[in-house]
Design a protein around this ligand. Structure first.
Ligand code: MN3
Length: 203
C-alpha cells in the first residue's frame, strides 16, 4: 500500500459554489493534490526506514529527513498535508463567525473577529507568488497568523495549523483570474469554523 493516499472530498465538487467553483475544486483536488500524493510516495519509495512515519512527523522533523529527499518531502508531503487540511476547513453552508474556544482565543489575541479577518486578509494579500496564509497554534497554545511560501508547512516551524488559505493561483484563477482579494473575501463564506475549533482543541 502506498504511504500516502489522496483523501476523498468530504462534499460534492459543486458544494462550495458560487464561492469556489466545481471545476476549480476538481482540478485542485484530483490533479494538484493528487500530484503531491503521487510525488510524495515516489520520493519515499527508496527510504523504507521512513515507511511508518506520518506526513506530519516528516515535516516536524524535516531537518532529519535524508538530504536526497528533503526538498521533495518539503514540497510534496507539505502539499499533501496542506491540502488535506484545506478540504476540511471548507464546507457548504458554513462561513459566519468562529465559535467556542477558538473564537475566545481569536478575540483575546486580535481584539475582535473583524480585526483578525483584516490581519489575515492582509497577510494573504502580501504573499508574493504562491503560498499560504495560516492561523497557527504555538507550543504555548497562543494563536498567530503566519504565511509560508510554496507548500511549506507550518509544522516545519513547530506550529500547528488550524486554518489555512491557499493563495496559489490554481486555487482561484479559473473564477477570479488575477483578483486575489475578491477570492479571499468570498472564501470566508465557506470557512468551516467547527473544524477550526476541533483542530484548535486538539492542538
Ligand atoms: Mn492548492
Amino acid at each position: 500500500m502506498a504511504q500516502f493516499e489522496l483523501p476523498d472530498l468530504p462534499y460534492k465538487l459543486d458544494a462550495l459554489e458560487p464561492y469556489i467553483d466545481a471545476r476549480t475544486m476538481e482540478v485542485h483536488h484530483d490533479k494538484h493534490h493528487g500530484g503531491y500524493v503521487q510525488n510524495a510516495n515516489k520520493a519515499l519509495e527508496g527510504h523504507p526506514e521512513l515507511k511508518d512515519k506520518s506526513a506530519e512527523w516528516l515535516l516536524r522533523h524535516i531537518d532529519s529527513v535524508p538530504e536526497d529527499i528533503r526538498t521533495a518531502v518539503r514540497n510534496q508531503v507539505g502539499g499533501h498535508v496542506n491540502h488535506s487540511l484545506w478540504w476540511t476547513v471548507l464546507g457548504p453552508h458554513k462561513g459566519g463567525e468562529p465559535k467556542g474556544q477558538v473564537s475566545e482565543a481569536i478575540d483575546r489575541t486580535f481584539g475582535s473577529f473583524e480585526q483578525f479577518q483584516n490581519s489575515f486578509r492582509q497577510a494573504a494579500l502580501s504573499i508574493f507568488g504562491s503560498g499560504w496564509a495560516w492561523l497557527v497554534v504555538r507550543p504555548d497554545h497562543s494563536l498567530e497568523i503566519i504565511t509560508t511560501p510554496n507548500q511549506d508547512s507550518s509544522f516545519m516551524q513547530g506550529l500547528t495549523p488550524v486554518l489555512g488559505l491557499d493563495v496559489w493561483e490554481h486555487a482561484y484563477y479559473l473564477r477570479y483570474e488575477n483578483r486575489r482579494a475578491e477570492y479571499i473575501d468570498a472564501w470566508w463564506h465557506v470557512v468551516n469554523w467547527d473544524e477550526v475549533e476541533r483542530r484548535y482543541q486538539a492542538a
